[in-house]
Each structure stands twice: as structure tokens, then as C-alpha cells.
Design a protein around this ligand. Structure first.
Ligand SMILES: [Zn+2]
Length: 307
């Protein structure tokens, strides 16, 4: 009899939890994983991520592939801040992994990043994606480890969306490699644990030629047929008298990366975050994606009156 009572109690308990989960999922706050190569790459998504977290009450996690220690050459201005000769290769490579994680998390605190997955791969040197084989056909990165860990994270967390930088020949080979590895992993997943994966580029409102991303030749997982991306406008206004915008957030994130001199030069640049819909995504994911970007266009600021 006692055993029956215990089983019944457990059943009631699980039913309560189950119904709570259902009611929670009805609100459906978006759950996002950003997969990037270097500790400052996520700035490309900071406007949308901030609004997803703060206004839509969503979640954003970050998977970081390298330690970012290759970024020592332009660390001049950070040397006095950290009391280290970071522009010396040995010193930079020794201390930057820890410093850059702290800078990343300081920026992440502003945006509201929930969780960091560090893959601790070597940031060996700057090469463009024309030499991407140097990463994808070598053991500089532990590719099996990256694929397995990414797969586990995505299957466990069941993200709605994954953001990567668009892989392309002219960009850093680390950026393209991180994107391609994420796309390959997502392409191998069962449909029920498969997030929509979007490729990020940043553009300006007054760009005379509109860039159209089509993919990276030789890597079919990167193909994009849609010629119009989903957009997040960083210049959308909010706050008292509508004077604030999301470029402020991106600038704050950039400012945290004090060891990265050239990153600072990107301050206030980039009006639009473009999110390209990769062809490996199902057609059915487009509605969910356009719903997200429609919600990100709404001004959620509650107007205040002052005497
Ligand atoms: Zn980078």
C-alpha cells in the first residue's frame, strides 16, 4: 500500500513539472547558441543577442573554439592595463588565453550571455580562408573533439537557433572553419534536435552595393539561395525621446576587448546585423526565423513621463 502511495506521489510530482514545462514552452523564449572562433567575434551578433535576452527573455550561450592567443600583435594599449608585455609573442601566447576569456565574459555580462563552452584550441596565426585546409585538413585543431563536443551541446540544449559568421574565402580561416564545423554538425543531426543555423555579416545603411552571401565554394553546407537576409537594425531607436540605439551595446562589448587594438577601430561601425538562412535548414524553419526577427523590430521600451 505504501509503495502504491509513493508511486502515486511521484506521478503527481512529475505531472506538475510536466505541465509547468508545457506552459513555459508556450511563451517560447528563443534559445540561441553562438559558435565563434575568437573571443571577440560574437560582437557581430551583440545587438540581436542583447534584445533576445533583455526583451524576449531568451537565452544565449556561446561556444568559443580558440583561445585567441594569436591576437597579441596589436595588444600595445593593453600592456599597461595588464602590466605585461603582451606584444611579445611568448608573453602574449602565455597570458592572452586567460585575459581574453575575462574580456569576453565582461562583454558577455553586458549582453547577458548565459553560458560559455570553451574548446581551447590553438589560435595559431592569421590566414585567410583561401588557406582553410591549413585548419580543416590538419591537426592544429582537434577536429573530432570539436565536432563531438558541439554535437553534445546542441543535442542536450536543444537550441532554436545557432549563429555563426558566414564562411567565405576572403575572411579569417578560423572564422570560416568554426562556421563550417558547426554547419556540418547541425547537418548530421536528427530533425527533432536540429536548430535553425544562420550566418552573420554586418553592413551599413549607406552601403552603395548590397552584399549578397551565396556560400563558400567547395563547402556545400554553406550554400545560401535566399538573396535577402533576416536583418537586425542596430540603429532602431528606443529610450527617453527615442535617442538610444543598439550600437551603444556593441560599442560597450568592443570596449571590453582592451587587448585587441584593431577591434577598437570597429567602434560605432556597422548599422545592420544580417542573418543569412543556410540552405541546409528546413523550409519550415523560415516562419520561426521571421517571427523572431519581427519580434526584434518591436520597441519594447516602456515610455516614462517626467515633470
Ligand atoms: Zn575573429
Amino acid at each position: 500500500m505504501n509503495t502504491l502511495r509513493i508511486i502515486f506521489k511521484h506521478l503527481v510530482f512529475y505531472l506538475i513539472i510536466f505541465s509547468f514545462e508545457i506552459s513555459f514552452s508556450q511563451d517560447n523564449p528563443p534559445k540561441v547558441l553562438v559558435v565563434t572562433a575568437h573571443p571577440d567575434d560574437d560582437a557581430a551578433f551583440s545587438g540581436a543577442n542583447y534584445k533576445i535576452i533583455h526583451d524576449l527573455k531568451g537565452t544565449v550561450d556561446l561556444a568559443l573554439i580558440t583561445n585567441g592567443e594569436g591576437g597579441y600583435k596589436y595588444s600595445t594599449l593593453a600592456e599597461d592595463i595588464y602590466g605585461l608585455e603582451l606584444t611579445n609573442e611568448d608573453t602574449g601566447r602565455k597570458y592572452l588565453p586567460e585575459i581574453r576569456k575575462k574580456e569576453l565574459e565582461a562583454g558577455g555580462k553586458i549582453v547577458g550571455i548565459r553560458n560559455y563552452y570553451y574548446f581551447d584550441q590553438k589560435d595559431h596565426r592569421y590566414i585567410t580562408s583561401a588557406d582553410i585546409k591549413e585548419i580543416l585538413d590538419s591537426n592544429i585543431w582537434n577536429l573530432d573533439f570539436i565536432r563531438t563536443k558541439l554535437k553534445n551541446i546542441i543535442e542536450t540544449e536543444k537550441y532554436d537557433f545557432v549563429f555563426v559568421l558566414t564562411p567565405s574565402p576572403g575572411t579569417h580561416a578560423h572564422h570560416s572553419s568554426a562556421g563550417i564545423l558547426a554547419l556540418q554538425v547541425i547537418n548530421s543531426l536528427d530533425s527533432e534536435s536540429r536548430p535553425v543555423v544562420l550566418g552573420g555579416t554586418v553592413s551599413n545603411k549607406n552601403d552603395s552595393v548590397k552584399f549578397i552571401y551565396k556560400g563558400f565554394e567547395g563547402f556545400p553546407v554553406t550554400n545560401v539561395s535566399d538573396t535577402i537576409p533576416f536583418e537586425f537594425d542596430r540603429t532602431q531607436k528606443f529610450g527617453y525621446k527615442d535617442v538610444l540605439d543598439y550600437k551603444i551595446i556593441v560599442n560597450w562589448v568592443i570596449a571590453e576587448h582592451k587587448s585587441q587594438g584593431t577591434m577598437q577601430l570597429l567602434m560605432n561601425r556597422g548599422d545592420i546585423e544580417n542573418y543569412w538562412y543556410f540552405d541546409i535548414n528546413p523550409e519550415s524553419g523560415k516562419k520561426k526565423t521571421s517571427d523572431l526577427f519581427d519580434k526584434l523590430k518591436i520597441n519594447y521600451y516602456v515610455k516614462k513621463e517626467y515633470k
